[in-house]
Design a protein around this ligand. Structure first.
Ligand code: GDD
Ligand code: MN
Length: 377
């Protein structure tokens, strides 16, 4: 067997001409940044065999076209163009798993992270003492001066929550800039959430302190071109991730969002019922049916915008999805009532029976919606 294809971390990478470092760059509408980043990587990674994997979610601005152009001139550049999907964490996971280099770094395309730290990060991993190196804004020498007050506050709060609730020890678990041994990542990957922004927090929390980690400082710079994709939904994603990790992944982020939407549905239902009865003097059965229909519709819209925003239905598919959602929820109602009845039969405690029925309904609706309404393409 040729030395170069023998598996294991002892392969002399330089000799084999294979990349030692894979730089993963998630992109969405970063057309004007990718070439600059590529040139900077080229300038800074002189002593290290490297490759760069851009993971682009079919950016409308054609980022992937620019990356393909680079890739045609330099085989170290690769492009994964994902269709019908959105999400920073998922893009990073796919990028890392698409590589075979022993070390994988994640860095933003917008030049806010400091790529000149990459060689130092490689050296730390290569020492064998460390499995994860985090680019940190919140240790001596690091900074996040480009943040406005609001974002600085949100970042500090999220970091504090992660520290207290998930016992994450590092100073900057919200960082989007890090390097990890790929073999260690590969072990954790099946438990990571593809939804959301906080992949590093997910990695650290999922590893339960088993990952030997160091932080090195960097200054979080200002965005060069384009705009941030981080919106207020990120806060919800974050809370979902914390809850999921707290329950050891029994409850997924998506299920929590689905449940929260379901709770708003109850409010919508009661409000519609009230309006129909009081303002329109509708008979109760009709009013109740109207409440259910309006609540199902608003649940569908909210789930499409929030819970399943990474695979949002668009155009004609919305109508088809809505009809399927009605169907799923109607069957879910039978499941709900059935379970409630049988619990009440053996244990006539109204709230216990009611809650068991409602839980059954949510679980059913969630499972079936995932299978039929927002099924993975
Ligand atoms: N493929 C893909 N899909 N990439 C995405 C998506 C997506 O849905 N959303 C964002 N990206 C890419 C952007 O193109 C950029 O390269 C990178 O992810 C970061 O996105 P920004 O929108 O620039 O985020 P930010 O600057 O507000 O926050 C970043 O830095 C923080 C500090 O390190 C993120 O990395 C945060 O997670 C991090 O806390
Ligand atoms: Mn950014």
């Amino acid at each position: 067997m040729n030395d170069a294809i023998k598996p294991g971390p002892e392969i002399p990478m330089q000799a084999a001409g294979l990349p030692q470092l894979s730089v993963i760059v998630p992109t969405f509408n970063e057309r004007d940044n990718v070439t600059v980043l590529y040139r900077r990587l080229q300038a800074t990674l002189t002593g290290i065999p490297w490759e760069v994997v851009f993971v682009d979610d079919n950016s409308p601005d054609g980022t992937w076209e620019v990356v393909r152009g680079l890739a045609r001139r330099d085989s170290r550049v690769r492009c994964i163009r994902r269709i019908g999907r959105r999400g920073l964490s998922g893009a990073c996971i796919e990028g890392i798993l698409a590589s075979s280099a022993p070390y994988a770094a994640v860095i933003d395309a917008d030049l806010q992270h400091d790529e000149t730290q990459l060689p130092a990060m490689v050296a730390l991993l290569a020492s064998g003492e460390v499995e994860l190196v985090v680019g940190s804004r919140y240790i001596e020498g690091g900074s996040a001066d480009s943040f406005n007050k609001q974002r600085a506050g949100a970042s500090a709060l999220a970091t504090e929550v992660a520290r207290r609730v998930l016992r994450v020890e590092i100073k900057d678990p919200m960082s989007g800039f890090f390097m990890i041994r790929r073999d260690r990542f590969e072990q954790l990957a099946p438990q990571l959430s593809t939804q959301g922004f906080k992949i590093l927090l997910d990695i650290v929390a999922t590893a339960h302190g088993e990952l030997r980690t160091v932080e090195i400082p960097y200054a979080f710079g200002a965005r060069q071109h384009g705009e941030s994709k981080l919106d207020s939904m990120v806060a919800l994603d974050f809370l979902g991730l914390v809850l999921a990790k707290l329950t050891n992944d029994i409850i997924s982020l998506r299920f929590i969002l689905f449940g929260m939407v379901g709770a708003t549905g109850l409010v919508v239902h009661l409000a519609t019922l009230f309006v129909a009865l009081e303002w329109f003097n509708a008979p109760f059965p009709e009013a109740q049916a109207a409440g259910a229909l309006v609540a199902m519709t608003s649940n569908f819209i909210l789930n499409n915008f929030l819970t399943y925003r990474d695979q949002r239905l668009k155009g004609f598919a919305i109508l088809r999805g809505l009809l399927l959602f009605y169907l799923v929820c109607s069957v879910g109602l039978f499941a709900n009532v059935g379970v409630a009845f049988s619990v009440y039969d053996s244990e006539p405690i109204w709230w216990l029976a009611g809650a068991a029925g409602a839980l059954m309904g949510v679980v059913w609706n969630y499972a079936m919606s995932g299978l039929f309404v927002w099924r993975k393409r």
